[in-house]
Ligand binder design. Structure first.
Ligand code: AMP
Length: 216
C-alpha cells in the first residue's frame, strides 16, 4: 500500500456504475479512509436509528434523502476521520450538499464514472451486497467464493430492495438530474476527472493512472 500526501477525493457515478468496486480497488492500492453514504444509511435503517427510520421512506422510493439529514451524517463521519486522506462515495448528490462540503472541507479531486444506462440496468439485476461492509458482488463478473456468502466474513449476502429494475430506473433519472450541475460545479473548480467505459475493468486502469499522478 502506498503512503501518500493528504488527499481528499469524491467518487461520483450512477447507481450500478461500479463506484463501489472501483472504490474498493482504490482502497487496496492507496491509503484512503472511506465513507459511503448509501452504506451509512443502510446500516442506520438496519439498526432502526431515528435517521434510519426517516431515511428508509426515501430510499425505498428511489428518492434522495433530504439534505439536512444526510449532511449531518456525513460531516460527522468526515470529522471523525480527522487528518487522513479520504474518499467519499455517494456524497454529495446535490449542489447544496456540494457547496456545504466545499465550505466545510475542500477536496483535491472528483472522480466521475460514466457508464451507459443499458449496461447498468442489466448489471444491477445480478448485484448482491454484504450490508455490514458494503462489499459488492455480481453473479456474472465478480462472484462470491461461496454462493450467497461474503468472502471475508462468510456472512449472508442480500439483494438491495432498491435494486429492482423499476426503482433503478427511477434512481438513474434522479442521478441524471443531479449530476450535470454537480459536474459543472467541480469542473469550474478545475478538479473534475471524468472516466468513461462499459466495464469496471475498462475504467479502473485509467483511474489508477490518474491517481498515481495526482497524489505525487
Ligand atoms: P447508494 O448506495 O449510494 O446508491 O444510495 C442508496 C440510497 O441512499 C439513495 O438512492 C438515496 O435514497 C440515499 N442516499 C445516499 N446518498 C445520498 C445523498 N448524498 N443524498 C441523499 N440521499 C442519499
Amino acid at each position: 500500500m502506498r503512503k501518500l500526501k493528504l488527499f481528499r477525493a469524491i467518487i461520483m457515478g450512477a447507481p450500478g456504475s461500479g463506484k463501489g468496486t472501483i472504490s474498493d480497488r482504490i482502497l487496496k492500492r492507496f491509503n484512503f479512509k472511506y465513507a459511503a453514504t448509501g452504506d451509512l444509511l443502510r446500516q442506520n435503517v438496519k439498526m432502526k436509528t431515528p435517521l434510519g427510520i426517516e431515511a428508509d421512506k426515501y430510499i425505498k422510493a428511489g428518492q434522495l434523502v433530504p439534505d439536512d439529514l444526510i449532511i449531518k451524517c456525513i460531516l460527522n463521519r468526515v470529522s471523525a476521520i480527522g487528518n487522513d486522506s479520504w474518499l467519499l462515495d455517494g456524497f454529495p448528490r446535490t449542489i447544496a450538499q456540494a457547496e456545504y462540503l466545499w465550505n466545510f472541507q475542500p477536496v483535491e479531486s472528483v472522480i466521475q464514472l460514466s457508464v451507459p444506462h443499458d449496461v447498468i440496468i442489466e448489471r444491477v439485476k445480478d448485484r448482491w451486497v454484504h450490508l455490514p461492509s458494503g462489499r459488492v458482488y455480481n453473479l456474472h463478473f465478480n462472484k462470491p467464493k461461496v454462493p450467497g456468502r461474503d468472502d471475508v466474513t462468510g456472512e449472508e449476502l442480500v439483494q438491495r430492495e432498491d435494486d429492482d429494475p423499476e426503482t433503478v430506473k427511477k434512481r438513474l433519472e434522479v442521478y441524471d438530474a443531479c449530476i450535470k450541475p454537480m459536474a459543472d460545479f467541480y469542473r469550474q473548480l478545475g478538479i473534475l476527472a471524468e472516466f468513461e467505459g462499459r466495464t469496471t475493468d475498462e475504467i479502473w486502469p485509467k483511474v489508477q493512472t490518474y491517481l498515481e499522478k495526482a497524489i505525487k
